[in-house]
Each structure stands twice: as C-alpha cells, then as structure tokens.
Design a binder for this molecule. Structure first.
Ligand SMILES: O=P(O)(O)OC[C@H]1O[C@H](O[C@H]2O[C@H](CO)[C@@H](O)[C@H](O)[C@H]2O)[C@H](O)[C@@H](O)[C@@H]1O
Length: 256
C-alpha cells in the first residue's frame, strides 16, 4: 500500500530505520483497527499486521501493542502471537502475567454491581469487563442519554476512592489499579534494549506514552485532538503506511 505521509514524518521514519535497536509500539483501537460500533468486531487493517509482522522478522527490531483492551481480547482481535509483545488494560496486563490484588478485585466487583443497573437503564449503552477495569460504552446510545450516563458514572462510582476514571472515545474507563501506558512503555524499552522507540496512539490514554518519549524517539498522533506527540497523521491507513515505509527502509539498514 502506498500512502502519502507528511514530509517531516517521512524523514523521521528514515532516521529511525537506521537506529541500533528499535522498538515499534502501537496502540490498537483507532490506530491499527479503525473505530467501529461493536468493540468485539474491531479488527485490524490487514496491511497493519503485515507491516508489523515484517518489522518483527528484522534483526534488532521488536514490535509491541499497548492497549486499553484486556490482554486476551487484544491477542484475539489483533491475531498477533509470539512475534509481538502485548500489553493490555492500559499498561498493567503484560503477557507474563498479571494478578489483581484482592482489595482491587473486591472494588471491581462493587463497581460492577453499581454500574450494571445504571448501564442497563440506557438503551445502547454497554459494559466491557476487563481484569482490572470496567469500560462504560455509549457509542450506540442516544447521545444525550449517553452523556448523562457518563456524567452520573463520573460523579458516582467514578469518584470512589481507589477508582481511576479516564474518558476515551465514547467510553469511560474505570480502573481499580493505577494504569499508565507511559510506565508500560518504559518497561518495554528496558526489556527490548531499544535505542529508539516509535509509538503511535490516537486517544487520551496514549498521551502518557507520548510523555515518556525521549530524544531520537518518534511519537505519532493518529487523528485530531491535543497531543504531546511530535508528528501527526490523519487516520489508521496513514500510520500503517508509516509502518510499511519503516519496514522497507529498516530492511535496507539491517541487511536481510
Ligand atoms: O488503547 P486502545 O487500544 O486504543 O483501546 C481503547 C479502548 O478501545 C475500545 O473502545 C474503542 O473502540 C471501539 C471499537 O472501535 C469503539 O466502539 C469504542 O467507542 C471506543 O471507545 C475498547 O472497547 C476499550 O476496551 C479500550 O479501552
């Protein structure tokens, strides 16, 4: 797929291709997979997986997905297995295991008890359960009723001690442990020994990852909205074009 890229990003990709050890990390929804109404049917663009898999075959090159999804859903939807490092639940669920502390599990159970009737009262609203968080989705609800529901959740269970609320795209995420894609990206950098990192994201929670990028890294915001990322593309098709270009140029540098 040949996609036009902003010239500054094209140049940054060229520099990144020549780095010693490289980590390419990406958010999932809104970046690899276009936003759709049903979260269970958010599949990645085939070209995204092709480009990432190609990068993963190259020497001194690692790929990672860093998502708000539950790890099990991230693996199922992306179809990526051992070639990628997968991190779910906004940075807390690594693929070498995550055990929710008992008090957090009890809080999550209380949250669910409170949220189920609130969500059931709004047609189209839905709950998504994850190991250490719960997401309240309103994409398929009447817009006013949906916003009212999120306001009620924010002021109600979202304000309980120990509950961390984050607004996303037509969703409110309530976590019972502290989550940070930034901390997770630091861990991935350390584990892979990366000299430089590319991170692509589209939503509010991705800002924590952009914030830990260093000189020589490349952060790409996908779509509109305020961001700390240095580069921006319009949509998933364009970021996939950047991954494909990176794979092509990196292959020339690492010589396979
Ligand atoms: O960190 P991400 O990989 O971007 O995950 C963020 C949330 O994505 C999903 O919800 C969003 O995408 C859905 C499918 O396109 C869409 O219907 C929904 O409105 C969006 O908010 C996912 O369901 C959440 O669990 C993730 O936290």
């Amino acid at each position: 797929m040949t996609v036009a890229l902003p010239p500054d990003l094209r140049a940054a990709v060229g520099r990144l291709a020549a780095t010693g050890t490289l980590l390419v990390a990406s958010d999932y929804d809104g970046v690899l997979a276009p936003i759709v109404n049903d979260p269970a049917k958010a599949f990645p663009l085939p070209a995204a997986i092709d480009a990432l898999q190609e990068l993963a075959t190259l020497p001194r090159t690692s790929i990672a997905l860093l998502s708000g999804r539950a790890l099990v859903d991230l693996a199922r939807l992306s179809g990526l297995g051992g070639e990628a490092l997968l991190v779910g639940t906004h940075g807390v669920e690594f693929d070498d295991g995550f055990a929710i502390p008992p008090e957090a599990a009890a809080l999550r159970a209380r949250l669910l008890d409170e949220l189920r009737p609130m969500v059931a009262a709004v047609p189209g609203a839905a709950l998504e359960e994850k190991i250490a968080s719960v997401a309240v989705h309103i994409r398929n609800a009447d817009p006013d009723a949906g916003e009212k529901l999120l306001a009620g959740v924010t002021d109600g269970p979202g304000s309980w001690p120990g509950v961390h609320s984050t607004a996303g795209k037509k969703v409110l995420e309530l976590a019972v442990v502290k989550t940070s894609k930034g901390t997770a990206l630091d861990v991935l950098r350390e584990r892979t020994g990366a000299d430089a990192v590319l991170f692509a994201g589209d939503d509010v929670t991705d800002e924590k990852a952009f914030a830990v990028l260093r000189a020589g890294d490349v952060g790409v915001k996908v779509g509109p909205g305020e961001t700390a990322a240095e580069y921006r593309v319009d949509d998933p098709e364009q970021i996939v074009g950047a991954f494909a270009l990176l794979a092509e140029e990196r292959r020339l540098h690492v010589g396979t």
